[in-house]
Design a protein around this ligand. Structure first.
Ligand code: C2O
Ligand code: CU
Ligand code: CU
Length: 574
């Protein structure tokens, strides 16, 4: 099988009420009643218990004496080790959570916002009911109870809002925080801890003249993803770290809506990674630079040993190109020329002072103290058994995740998001290990071929669902045929809920070679992942286990505007 998605065979399980849903997904039944999710399970004995709330507050972000309105997570540790919750005052970021593998965790989430919300534990392998699926979004004043065992190995993750159609804005306005998992294997490695183990949460925001956050303005921001012009690290602009002349662990998280960072030192010193998405690597990997897409984490080993006091190192996002259609990249580079936009005329677009792929500093590291000893970089990190094609039951017919960008609306597998509708190709047997192919169908296939796979009533592009078409002459763009696919192609960070996956292969497609050269060496694909950046035209094959939990588990683009536009679907594990 190449790219035949077999949409004719798909089966829609559509319902609006839980009654009908429960017949098809009995697991949902227990999750439905308010009582079941607003009160703890009597038999569940938590090691860690945390009371979370989210509310609007004003915090100082810019160093100009003013405060910015944000949405913020607050947490109170009710039970468990003292270091489990580390809160930050004067910051919009939620507390950093430190969990240990094997801990049983119960979390109460109180929604004190003025809109629905729900929390998601990105990268954690937890039951559906505790995964923060948008169908569980709760109203202001309501409470949701999560209960899960930490099954993940040591690594870095985060939690964030996954509210139905409000994810992007709530994360942008502050609803996210770092989450660390540790385990015995990690402890034995002697990696830097305490003051030598630091977060590097990177986000881009935009502020108005009153120091208030500005979010998307119009269609372009939504379609391409929001880009800010102010880079914040750990919630603050112009980040500087005072470091000693020794090794550090920096846990980098891209918590931005859509901006992709190409992390690197200015002087060409390579970067060493020791972990990816909630997982240590088997061996450290040294790269000239590292691509960090929204939702991605990378644990960096930054060694300042031998640097003299007074030296200053600048971590940059280095230049790259090709993650956005050329015409949009050009527009972003035409900074300051808002409004005069040729074929995009009429769309309210904000050009960013930081175009995608521009070079800009992320953080400055000042070496302020000489110390004589430093931990050594371990040669071997985590011991893992790598899954191979032999472990999957569908080596010849990978499950498809087709990325489509037609009609100015990005989708996965040609259907817009539905809280609970599942296609045949999205049903997966519990316990199976699957090969999944993420690809851009309309770039490899001229448009007419794509349509011939699609029957008329079941247009896979979801024309009937497209509320996004107004004013853009969709029909015209469509008529431009296969070329339009290429023209609109952009990079998408694809995230799958549930268990971590492995990247099996990456095949570059019809992408501009020169562009691809600017990113090629920046993928750390050797570790376990939950988010993978797929470049325009690229085909990425992954291996993913679907073990332990039945139910609906999301897969989606972690460009958060894309996610809210419906570039998200469910796998149904049964
Ligand atoms: Cu980080 Cu479904 O999300
Ligand atoms: Cu997630
Ligand atoms: Cu996307």
């Amino acid at each position: 099988m190449t790219h035949s998605l077999n949409y004719g065979r798909r089966q829609f399980l559509q319902y609006s009420a839980f009654g009908a849903a429960a017949a098809l997904f009995p697991e949902l039944l227990q999750a439905n009643p308010k009582s079941a999710r607003s009160s703890p399970t009597p038999g569940f004995k938590p090691d860690v218990e945390i009371e979370f709330s989210a509310r609007e507050v004003f915090v100082p972000i810019l160093n100009n004496g003013s405060k910015t309105k944000v949405q913020k997570y607050f947490a109170k540790l009710l039970k468990g080790p003292e270091n489990t919750v580390q809160s930050f005052e004067d910051n919009y970021l939620g507390p950093t959570l430190s969990f240990a593998k094997g801990q049983k965790v119960r979390i109460y989430f109180n929604n004190n916002l003025f809109e629905p919300s729900i929390m998601h534990w990105h990268g954690l392998h937890v039951p559906q009911k505790s995964d923060g699926h948008p169908m569980y979004s709760i109203e202001p004043g309501e409470r949701f109870v999560y209960e899960y065992e930490v099954m993940n190995n040591a690594g870095t993750s985060f939690y964030h809002s996954h509210a139905h159609q409000l994810t992007a804005s709530q994360v942008y306005f502050g609803l996210a925080g770092l989450l660390k998992v540790t385990d015995e294997e990690e402890k034995a490695l002697g990696l830097p801890t305490g003051e030598y183990d630091l977060p590097l949460v990177i986000q881009d925001k935009r502020f108005n003249s009153n120091s208030q956050l500005q979010y998307v303005h119009g269609m372009h921001d939504r379609m391409m993803g929001f880009l800010g012009d102010t880079i914040l690290v750990n919630g603050k602009p112009n980040a500087e770290f005072s470091v000693k002349s020794r090794a550090y662990r920096f846990r980098a998280l891209n918590g931005s809506s859509s901006r992709i960072y190409k992390l690197g030192w200015d002087d060409g010193t390579p970067l060493t990674a020791i972990g990816t998405d909630v997982s240590l690597l088997e061996k450290p990997e040294t790269k000239p630079y590292i691509m960090l897409a929204p939702g991605d984490r990378i644990d960096l080993w930054l060694d300042f040993s031998g640097r003299s006091v007074g030296s200053k190192l600048v971590m940059y996002s280095l230049p790259y190109s090709g993650v956005m259609p050329p015409m949009f990249e050009r527009m972003h580079r035409g900074r300051g020329r808002q409004g005069g936009m040729g074929m995009m005329g009429g769309m309210d677009m904000m050009t960013s002072d930081l175009a995608p792929g521009d070079k800009f500093p992320i953080a400055i590291f000042n070496v302020t103290e000489k110390v004589s000893d430093s931990p050594k970089l371990p040669v071997q990190l985590a011991r893992r058994q790598r899954l191979t094609e032999k472990d999957v039951d569908n080596a010849d017919s990978p499950l498809p995740i087709a990325i489509t960008e037609r009609h100015m609306r990005p989708l996965v597998n040609g259907r817009p998001f539905s809280l609970d509708e599942v296609m045949e190709i999205e049903k997966v047997k519990l316990g199976s290990i699957k090969k999944i192919k993420i690809f851009h169908p309309h770039e490899e296939h001229p448009q007419h071929e794509m349509s011939s796979q699609t029957n008329k009533n079941d247009n896979m592009e979801g024309m009937n669902h497209g509320g996004m078409g107004g004013g853009m002459g969709m029909g015209m763009m469509d008529d431009m045929g296969g070329g339009m696919g290429m023209m609109m192609a952009m990079a998408h960070p694809i995230h799958l809920h549930g268990q971590q996956f492995q990247v099996l292969s990456r095949k570059e497609g019809h992408v501009n070679k020169e562009d691809y050269e600017t990113v090629r060496h920046g993928f750390v694909d050797s570790g376990l992942k939950d988010t993978v950046l797929v470049m325009p035209g690229e085909e990425v094959e992954i291996i993913k286990p679907f073990q332990d939990f039945k139910g609906l588990f999301l897969y989606h683009c972690h460009n958060l505007e894309h996610e809210d536009l419906g570039m998200m679907r469910n796998f149904y594990v049964h």
